[in-house]
Design a protein around this ligand. Structure first.
Ligand code: B12
Ligand code: SF4
Length: 581
């Protein structure tokens, strides 16, 4: 297909001959430093915003930088991807290898790191074009804070293809990658086997609901907008089959802000799963109203086993929640084995310190398997940020560093009802209260899995197969975990009884074999848990390992002697340097 890039789209003079380096921002992440790492903001989802106060019960897990992986998978130029380098590793790479384009991905909290990386690139690779993308691009006047040549707002795959003179109409190639790595809970390594780890699946970016605080929606166009990488259920199904075959997985973590809102695509996927007997398990993000518009039959048919849902707050006025009884919805989902991660926002405009206890209690009453609590934070690019800017409420960088505006510490603006940073206390209260009242998330997860097993009868064979696969660990390892939890809480009547009752139900359901192995596994898990708690008390933190991955063109280039490489590059016709922001 002939390709005509838009007029204002830059084109690199070396096109697909350009050597590309893509990098995430550098670590270590879980410490306080001058570049913007924060000890309370590790590169972990659950630990930093969900199971934050659950100690040894916190789920520890890392996720790759999927945006960069998607770009790498779809460009023909030789491309090296550095994920989670240390500052030294990043510097070594740009000192030892030559690159024409260096792309960095970051979020707004990373401004200091990206500035440092640009500085190092200018020092070691002055002729490379520095491209910065990801959520950081929405920061106003970013070009004054970092020394980059190009700042790309929004979708990066098609942008990069155009920049390299490739067609931007070819089907998107999906990277073959598991959703998480380095997983651990109760001190036990969960391993990264595809047997039990979901593959990542990214059908779209953006969300048409356009909630005023939502930076993901804002980055890809805001209300009414989104970008589909896979338009139809057929395309999605075929990509899922490919991932299933390559990675040997049967579950998918669907990284799409509101997967079920694309109803036609989801229902076509359901048809294809049924027709082809696929009993896949899907973890999805979905807003409550959209979720409620599906029947339980449809959700179960689609293999929805986990859903991340915004609960926001009892009196929030978001369209996505209008008319939905979230307490009832969560109860119904979890009764059918669907694990819910509820997300609540603290510090909405109408929240006052004197109401916080009731607000937190309301959230906790949902008894979701996981509960994320975040502070209401205006992020550049969002309508909420615009509003605060207009009203002059935003705190300047000198009073509140960007690196602290991650939603787990303080408001980055003057809240009408909160003063002197008291919001952090309420945030911690919320995590603590949820943990005290509902117990470790793992305990809740096992209960919900058991619910799924007990309510499987009305569903088809295909759905029951999936449930059987999901609950298999209940017969041994999970039963052992419950045994260990019961022992751990021997002096806490509420949680001991909760664990005791669950264990009794597991024994009654799975019989003598489970009863036999459980104490053995339980003792092992208990010991690991105690060791983990000791390690954490001594200040131990976790960091993701560094990945350095080259695509086929980069591997091929490595085989060509360096002198020959330079000659080839010089033979290309000269094209003007890009100048586009
Ligand atoms: C996975 C994820 C994480 C992972 C990190 C994985 C990683 N390796 O970085 C974890 C769980 C650790 C995490 C943590 C945090 N995250 Co986070 N995270 C996400 C999430 C859910 C998915 C990101 C993703 O992969 N999307 C899919 C890909 C395809 O999209 P993308 O990354 O946007 O990439 C596209 C474009 O942006 C662009 N692009 C991206 N990079 C580049 C680079 C170049 C050069 C170019 C040209 C283009 C480009 O092209 C890509 C393809 O279109 C997003 C929400 C979301 N759905 O996007 C939040 C999100 C990115 N996270 C966010 C935040 C705030 C955080 C935390 C600070 C939260 C906290 N308090 O716990 C921490 C920070 C951790 C740290 N120490 O840095 C915010 C960012 C807000 C902002 N505007 O800055 C988001 C948007 C969530 C939200 N709505 O609040 N996160
Ligand atoms: S529904 Fe969720 S993903 Fe969509 S705009 Fe609102 S907060 Fe963002």
């Amino acid at each position: 297909m002939p390709h005509h890039p838009p007029k204002n789209n830059p084109l690199h003079p070396l096109a697909t001959k350009a050597r590309v380096l893509l990098s995430s921002v550098f670590g270590p992440y879980s410490r306080d430093d001058e570049y913007g790492s924060r000890k309370i903001n590790p590169m972990e989802l659950y630990q930093n915003q969900v199971t934050r106060l659950q100690g040894g019960f916190s789920l520890r897990m890392f996720h790759r930088s999927f945006g960069l992986m998607m770009i790498q998978a779809n460009i023909d130029a030789p491309c090296t991807l550095l994920d989670f380098p240390t500052l030294e590793r990043f510097e070594e790479e740009i000192r030892q290898q030559s690159y024409d384009i260096i792309g960095i991905s970051g979020i707004i909290a990373n401004v200091g790191k990206v500035a440092k990386m640009c500085e190092l690139i200018r020092l070691h690779q002055p002729s490379a074009t520095v491209v910065v993308g990801g959520h950081i691009a929405n920061k106003e006047e970013l070009d004054k804070l970092i020394d980059a040549d190009l700042i790309v707002r929004g979708e990066g795959i098609r942008w990069f293809q155009r920049y390299l003179g490739q067609s931007d109409r070819e089907p998107i190639k999906h990277p073959m990658v598991l959703s998480g790595f380095g997983s651990k809970i109760m001190g036990v390594d969960l391993g990264d086997s595809p047997d039990r780890t979901a593959a990542i699946l990214i059908p779209s970016v953006g969300c048409p609901m356009g909630c005023n605080f939502c930076s993901t929606s804002a980055l890809f166009g805001g209300k009414g907008q989104f970008i589909n990488f896979y338009e139809t259920g057929d395309e999605l199904f075929s990509v899922m089959c490919e991932i299933e075959k390559t990675l040997k997985v049967r579950s998918f973590f669907v990284l799409d802000e509101n997967f079920l809102v694309h109803r036609k695509r989801a229902l076509r996927l359901l048809e294809l799963m049924e027709a082809n007997g696929k009993s896949w398990a899907l973890s999805v993000f979905s807003s409550a109203r959209v979720l409620r518009s599906y029947t339980m039959e449809q959700l179960m048919g689609l293999g929805i086993g986990f859903v991340w849902m915004g609960l926001e707050g009892e009196e929030s006025t978001y369209d996505k929640l209008k008319g939905v009884d979230t307490l009832g919805l969560v109860q119904n989902l979890q009764a059918n084995g669907i694990r819910v991660l509820g997300s609540s926002i603290l510090g909405l405009e109408n929240h006052r310190p004197e109401d916080m206890e009731a607000i937190i209690e309301y959230a906790v009453r949902h008894d979701t398997v996981f509960h994320q609590f975040m502070l209401y934070t205006p992020i550049p690019g969002t309508p909420l940020h615009e509003k605060h800017k207009r009203e002059g409420n935003l705190l300047p960088e000198s009073q509140f560093p960007f690196a602290d505006a991650h939603g787990q510490y303080r408001f980055n603006y003057r809240h009408p009802h909160f003063e002197n940073g008291e919001e952090e206390k309420y945030l911690l209260d919320a995590f603590r209260r949820d943990f005290e009242a509902n117990g470790p998330s793992l305990l809740r997860l096992i209960r919900v899995l058991l619910n799924g097993w007990q309510s499987r009868k009305p569903y088809s064979r295909r759905v029951r197969d999936r449930i059987a696969w999901e609950v298999a660990p209940l017969r041994s390892t999970y039963a052992g975990a419950v045994w260990a939890i019961k022992k751990y809480y021997r002096d806490n009547p509420l949680l001991r009884q909760k664990a005791e009752k669950l264990l009794a139900d597991i024994y009654a359901t799975f019989g003598w074999k489970t009863r036999l192995v459980t104490p053995l596994i339980g003792r092992y898990v208990f010991n690991r848990l105690m060791k983990e708690e000791e390690r954490l008390a001594a200040g131990h933190t976790y960091e993701p390992r560094t990945f350095c991955e080259k695509n086929a063109a980069a591997l091929a280039l490595e085989k060509i002697p360096a002198t020959k490489r330079k000659t080839e590059a010089r033979q290309l016709p000269h094209m003007p340097e890009p100048a586009y922001r």
